[in-house]
Design a protein around this ligand. Structure first.
Ligand code: TYD
Length: 139
């Protein structure tokens, strides 16, 4: 079973100089998968909870490139971990089969998400009970 111990926070190198900062993320080097998809979430306020799903196949890296948000991750044993995404050079690697809630978005939050697959809605588990059942069956 995938557990919250399989998550990993990532500190990206900042290639800054007097002109400002630059962060480079290369697939299979700076993140542990080949990047197939990029999307970003903005305009969500502090009352919104996004995510609320698990993915059977896709691994993700989340980075707040502007502003801040939090992600709560739950595994099939119902152990939880909360990551504060609060720096543009800091991310979290979330392997597949972990339940995710994103919340506490600051008004300037831009949450960048790198994904290991192209989008396929059928690999999403949007029922928490179904997620627990499938996660526990994979023990
Ligand atoms: P959703 O998964 O609900 O967003 P979040 O996890 O951030 O709360 O996605 C919102 C809509 O966007 C939904 O209709 C599916 C669609 N979508 C895509 O078409 N491709 C994608 O890569 C993603 C992440 C979502």
């Amino acid at each position: 079973m995938v557990t919250i111990n399989d998550m990993k926070t990532i500190q990206f190198s900042q290639l800054g100089d007097e002109r400002g900062h630059l962060v480079v993320i290369e697939g299979e080097k700076d993140v542990p998968f080949d990047i197939k998809r990029v999307f970003y979430i903005y305009g969500s306020d502090e009352k919104v909870v996004r995510g609320q799903h698990a993915n059977r196949i896709t691994d993700f890296v989340l980075i707040n490139v502007s502003g801040t948000s939090k992600v709560r991750v739950v595994d099939g044993n119902e152990n939880q971990y909360v990551v504060n995404l609060d720096r543009p050079h800091y991310g979290v690697y979330l392997p597949h089969m972990l339940w995710k809630d994103m919340y506490d978005f600051s008004p300037d939050s831009v949450l960048l998400v790198l994904a290991s697959t192209h989008y396929d809605g059928s690999e999403y588990l949007r029922s928490y009970d179904e997620f627990l059942k499938e996660a526990r069956a994979s023990e």
